[in-house]
Ligand binder design. Sequence first.
Ligand code: SAH
Length: 241
Amino acid sequence: MIRLFVPGDLKAGGEVVPSADQAHYLTTVMRLGLDDELRVFNGRDGEWRARLAEVGKRGRRLRIEARTRAQSAGPDLDLIVALVKRPRLETIIEKAAELGARRVRPVVTERSNVPRANPARLTAIAVEAAEQTGRLDVPCIHDPERLDRLVGAWTGERRLMFCDEAGGAAPVLTALGEASGQSWSILIGPEGGFSPRERALVRGLPGALPVSLGPRILRADTAAICALGLWQAMLGDWRGA
Ligand code: SAH
């Protein structure tokens, strides 16, 4: 079943206009015709059954029929990730969406060798991944901020799973097995790692939980995927209802 994210409000009897890309996808790629069925969601109103109400060169409309699922969201899980080169960052965004992160917060660190990201492009990747997974919310992709700022604003209301390859951190399953808390952030550093100063700052934050992901140094994308999966399995919605 095709699922599309549409930003507009969804209600029975309503209509939405898909973007040009979505219309192309529906009619040319997926070959949907008039009255064919799909699902739509907007991150607020749940998932709805919709039908193609108009196809043609200029006209394109979806008719909204009935709600098929109530709105839901996964656990309160952030991924804080240092800016890394674009292909890896895009992989991280896609996988974070698949693995149920609620937000992704890119950070600039001392050793980040990439100064900026394109939040609109990253959001488009998150939307596409959300459509494919069946989740009804789309992870919020924040604008990049400096790690120092994030650390300075840290209130300690969330737990912080600090993926720390530099030695001395507990094995991840041991650490998470003894941990609790509803709201979590996972922190992954850049390819060059955190500076000693940053590492000390992060380790000193209230709620910080340094964890090791094993004896090998992982690339940032691998580390992010492992950390998200392990967290979901130990503390998140992989545990079942
Ligand atoms: N400092 C490293 C590279 C960092 S790898 C170097 O020698 O170049 C990128 C990020 O992935 C790290 O900052 C850390 O957050 C995470 N990471 C990689 N391997 C890890 C491991 N074995 N345990 C915990 N975190 C790891």
